[in-house]
Design a protein around this ligand. Structure first.
Ligand code: SF4
Length: 366
């Protein structure tokens, strides 16, 4: 296949669904790790086309959703300062912190700007030498290389008024945390194809072996997802637990070596709090001490801001696959995209937002 719309071909989708149906003999719970996959599944109604025995559990792979509240509060603290231009991708502006969001800061006169690349923030820093320019760098292994490259360029060009507020998270430690949770129901994973296109697949076979789960690297179009599910079901039904790459048009085992070299130079692994989930050891990246002068947490002395998550939002259960969004009491009532209580209702990759946007308003399963 050559063009993207071919990956939505209804006849091929029907064939894959038939194959999944004939292979399925018992109940299976499969987690799609990535929020982009969740949106594709809900948008195209893929979960409703699968046999009743297959349950798709929505995983924690939405970068906006898992960015901890205390990082949002640090961003708000920095963005409110008069000498700061605070740059971010647009989807972070409505994510609620403890008391407000970045839009609130902007409406009260803060210089908060939406950019489309961290390099745009670097250009703003060059153009505004009398201001401190901060880029809010969050996300998984997919967004980290561009942020690392921007910090590298800032040092190379001696741009001293640029810093990065970094909160990166990593997929493999999250898979371990999910599998080690006493309430885990997940029996297999669709791994996120774009993450693997950067990092490769070398970390996954040991996870398959340790937790005895199949992991199938999967893309984002309807046929990609159906093929990932088909291969996963075949493994589950035969008792296999191996890594399988169903996204070979984008993913090589070694990943992207140039990006990995840049990441290793600029970042170091750290323990990271996941919003709604809690701390996961070794699950994030922060700027390494070699690049500390570009670390906004240190430049603006916000390392001591610590925040407790509010209880009314149950996104932690949603992100762990323990609760479907429309099973949350606040869903669609006190929590909507216009008035979100949690980040999963805000983000374009959030599971609550997907259920709201595609009108999955009723609880239909037991
Ligand atoms: S519906 Fe709202 S309150 Fe409930 S889990 Fe989702 S974001 Fe949180």
């Amino acid at each position: 296949m050559k063009y993207l719309d071919e990956f939505s071909d209804p006849a091929l989708a029907a064939k894959l669904i038939d194959q999944i149906k004939s292979a399925t003999t018992q109940r299976w719970a499969i987690m799609e790790v990535c929020g982009g996959q969740t949106h594709s599944i809900i948008r195209h109604g893929i979960d409703q086309l699968l046999p009743d025995e297959i349950e798709m559990i929505h995983g924690p792979g939405c970068p906006v959703c898992v960015t901890p509240l205390e990082v949002i509060d640090k961003a708000l603290d920095i963005a409110a300062r008069p000498d700061v231009i605070f740059c971010s991708f647009g989807d972070m502006l409505r994510v609620p912190g403890s008391g407000q969001d970045l839009f609130g800061i902007k409406s009260r006169g803060g210089d908060v700007r939406v950019v489309y690349s961290p390099l745009d923030a670097l250009t703003i820093a060059i153009d505004n030498p009398d201001k401190q320019v901060v880029f809010f760098g969050i996300g998984f292994e997919t967004t980290a290389p561009a942020n690392a490259m921007t910090v590298y360029q800032a040092r190379r060009q001696n741009i001293t008024n640029f810093t990065l507020l970094a909160s990166h998270v990593l997929v493999p430690p999250a898979i371990s945390a999910i599998m080690e949770s006493p309430t885990c129901r997940v029996q297999a994973f669709l791994a996120a194809g774009h993450v693997c296109s950067v990092m490769g697949t070398e970390e996954y076979p040991s996870l398959c072996e340790r937790y005895r789960v199949p992991i199938v690297v999967t893309g984002f179009e309807p046929l990609d997802i159906l093929e990932g599910i088909r291969r996963t079901v075949l493994q589950l039904e035969t008792g296999s637990h191996e890594l399988d790459n169903a996204y070979q048009r984008a993913v090589r085992a070694e990943g992207n070596p140039a990006a990995k070299t840049m990441l290793t130079d600029v970042f170091e692994v750290t323990d990271r709090n996941w919003r709604g989930i809690g701390p996961i050891p070794g699950s994030g990246w922060r700027l390494s001490p070699r690049y500390r002068e570009f670390d906004a947490e240190y430049r603006f002395a916000v390392t001591d801001i610590h925040t407790t998550e509010p209880k009314q939002c149950r996104s932690g259960e949603v992100l762990q696959g323990l609760l479907k969004p429309h099973e949350c009491e606040a869903f669609g009532t006190t929590c909507t995209p216009r008035n979100p209580l949690g980040a999963t209702m805000v983000s374009s990759e959030g599971a609550c937002a997907a259920y709201y946007q595609y009108r999955r308003l009723e609880v239909t399963h037991a």
